[in-house]
Write a protein that binds this ligand. Structure first.
Ligand code: SF4
Ligand code: SF4
Ligand code: SF4
Length: 176
């Protein structure tokens, strides 16, 4: 253990480092909203109370049994039930829930001249714009200023082109 009580191997694992050797392309897991990365690493007991409380079913046990967000199951409504259920002092609801932002990947159907508005129609913040592009293509873009990182746009995408990740320069689970 280190001086601050956080085992370094545990910290690396919780930040996704343990995956890098065998699953180099997997992004670091997304932890519950409002959870402090440092306190999560030190204090999460993997009790599962947060996942059991989540009405959206998006908090699932990941590697090692630690809870991680799976937007393939749905979106975060920012209800706070996970934070309320957690017996450990690792949530801080005084600030933003996280710095996650949606990004649109190359598999977007707009890049294949196929009309699709699934992500845009699912977004509760009207943060996704789809504009015509030369050659019959469509340019699908996310307004980061409007995006809350709720993940509602992830599951509806028929090609899995939408990812929700920490904003550039932020650690997974960091809050703004
Ligand atoms: S805030 Fe609500 S919807 Fe979001 S992960 Fe927590 S319990 Fe689930
Ligand atoms: S309720 Fe808290 S301690 Fe239990 S698994 Fe969730 S984050 Fe970890
Ligand atoms: S993560 Fe939520 S707010 Fe952001 S673009 Fe997707 S649906 Fe809209």
């Amino acid at each position: 253990m280190t001086g601050d009580g956080i085992d370094l191997a545990r910290r690396r694992f919780l930040r996704g480092g343990a995956r890098r050797g065998r699953e180099a392309r997997d992004p670091a897991p997304i932890r519950p909203p409002w959870s402090s990365p440092e306190r999560f690493a030190a204090l999460c007991t993997r009790c599962g109370a947060c996942g059991g409380a989540c009405p959206e079913g998006i908090l699932q046990p990941g590697d090692g049994g630690f809870p991680e967000i799976r937007f393939g199951h749905g979106e975060c409504s920012f209800c706070g039930a996970c934070a309320d259920a957690c017996p450990a002092p690792l949530f801080d609801r005084t600030g933003h829930p996280w710095t996650l932002t949606a990004t649109i990947g190359a598999d977007c159907l707009g890049n294949r001249r196929i009309v699709c508005r699934s992500c845009r129609d699912a977004c509760p913040e009207s943060a996704i714009r789809i504009a015509p592009a030369p050659g019959g293509l469509a340019d699908t873009a996310v307004d980061a200023a409007l995006c809350t990182g709720c993940g509602a746009c992830v599951a509806p995408c028929p090609t899995g082109a939408v990812a929700v990740r920490p904003a550039a320069g932020a650690m997974t689970g960091d809050r703004a």
